[in-house]
Structure formats: structure tokens, C-alpha cells
Write a protein that binds this ligand. Structure first.
Ligand code: FES
Length: 127
């Protein structure tokens, strides 16, 4: 854990280059103070990692078409397994399919000294 509500969630080496991995983190719900699941997908491109909430804006389902599988056949877009909407890796904007006009919810991610750091939310931290 780092300061200012930012958290090391994995090493960049845990994400193969040009691949996406899913993690289910736990977020603190501000209204109740309880923990709620916070599923995210992290995409690595070289030394850069972008993150999105693993929830399709069309119908709210997880994106993976098979557990841990997030990319389309080109490997250049995220794809929703439910109805096939595709999303740009760089900004999460829908590129095709029934979610057109919407975008994935961004997760604030930085790579610091090889660690993938998620910020902007309060995560539950295992002691
Ligand atoms: S739920 Fe993702 S495209 Fe419909």
C-alpha cells in the first residue's frame, strides 16, 4: 500500500505484454463502510498499463468471454463476451456493438518502479 489511497495490486511482470488480466479487488463502499467486490481488468502495452472496471456499460455484465479472456481475436480491443461489443484499449471507448456511444469506466492506474498501482478509490487491504 502507498499513500493517498493508492495501492500496489501486482507487478507489471504479472501481466504479459499486450495482454489483459482480471483482478477482483475489494473496495470500501462510502455509504455503508462495508467491502464490495471491485473487479478490474488491467491491460499492458509495453511499460504502460491501463485499467477499467470489469463491467460492460451495455448490460452490466463482466467482460470476459471466458474466465480471464478479455481481448478480441486481433488482440487490439477488449471485447464483451455477452453481446460482443468491442472497446479501445487506450481509452475504453466502445468501438462496435450494442454498447456504442458508451465507454468502460476507467480505473486510475500508474506503474511505479515496476509495481502496478491503483488509485482514486478506497480499497480494503488485507492485513
Ligand atoms: S453486456 Fe456487453 S455488449 Fe451487452
Amino acid at each position: 500500500m502507498t499513500c493517498d489511497n493508492s495501492y500496489i495490486v501486482c507487478s507489471i511482470d504479472d501481466i504479459p505484454n499486450r495482454r489483459a488480466v482480471g483482478l477482483v479487488l475489494a473496495r470500501i463502499d462510502e455509504a455503508t463502510g462495508g467491502e464490495v467486490p471491485y473487479p478490474v481488468v488491467l491491460v499492458r502495452w509495453g511499460r504502460r498499463v491501463v485499467g477499467y472496471v470489469n463491467r460492460c456499460p451495455h448490460a452490466g455484465t463482466r467482460l470476459d468471454w471466458e474466465e480471464g479472456q478479455f481481448l478480441d481475436t486481433t488482440g487490439e480491443r477488449l471485447i464483451c463476451g455477452k453481446h460482443g461489443s468491442t472497446f479501445a484499449l487506450a481509452d475504453g471507448a466502445c468501438a462496435s456493438g450494442p454498447a456504442t456511444g458508451s465507454a468502460l469506466e476507467r480505473v486510475k492506474v500508474e506503474v511505479i518502479d515496476g509495481d502496478v498501482v491503483v488509485g482514486g478509490v478506497r480499497l480494503a487491504v488485507a492485513e
